[in-house]
Design a protein. Sequence first.
Length: 236
Amino acid sequence: MKTAFEKTVLIAGASRGLGKCFAKKYLEDGWRVLAGVRREGSLHGLAEQYPDSLHELVMDVTDTQSVQEAARRAQNLTDEIALVINNAGIHSPSSFEVLEKTDLDDCAAVYEVNAVGPLRVTKAFLPLIRRDGGLIVNISSESGSIGDAGREKEFDYCMSKAALNMATKLLDNYLNVRGIRVIAVHPGWMRTDMGGQNADLDPCETAVRLAELFARYDRKNRELIFMDNEGNPLSW
Ligand SMILES: NC(=O)c1ccc[n+]([C@@H]2O[C@H](COP(=O)([O-])OP(=O)(O)OC[C@H]3O[C@@H](n4cnc5c(N)ncnc54)[C@H](OP(=O)(O)O)[C@@H]3O)[C@@H](O)[C@H]2O)c1
């Protein structure tokens, strides 16, 4: 049933880490949250706390049918999505091995989640995304910057994030005439399953900081598309 919330956010990859923190932040701020999760019940706790505003949508971003089905369900919940956060991301198991030891056969699966997934989500949900004011945020990484690349490994991850940055630019070119902006944001190194416990940032503090960044993002600035968590431009 459709209810009257001021704003709706869709978060792909909301079951844990930064995605779950985004869900918490926007629920606290009174938004309706469509949380893309691979397993129903992933957000227990939050679901009980926000029974009217949190909706889990089962959605695997590598599976076109599941993304389309989630978009169909979303149409019954809201007329408009103001913000899409494409947050789902993975590394391959041998990502941190050097070339001789890494399994390149895993690259395609990482690319499917990190680079094609956000396109799949954007395509399926596009009819619902607010014209004249909608924002699509692709959670990228500084590791996708070719200009600043210093690493010698993580081929799967770095290449997929560089591809995501290109997808971001193409989408922004395409959707700008509808008043929809598309940006790629490096969240920083966070203490999550992906980032590990030695990382310097708390994911929920990062979600708060990023939500503020999205709210104050200057939509007229067509040059600022790939940025860090303070809104500073990053080198492509
Ligand atoms: N952590 C860092 O330091 C860091 C740094 C730079 C960028 N990032 C980026 O920030 C984003 C969030 O990272 P995180 O650290 O929060 O990672 P995380 O804790 O490992 O969480 C990853 C999320 O992605 C979801 N996901 C994975 N494969 C999916 C699929 N096929 N379909 C839908 N959802 C899927 C996971 O869902 P399941 O629970 O179902 O697996 C989970 O919700 C990622 O895009 C990552 O690349 C992270």
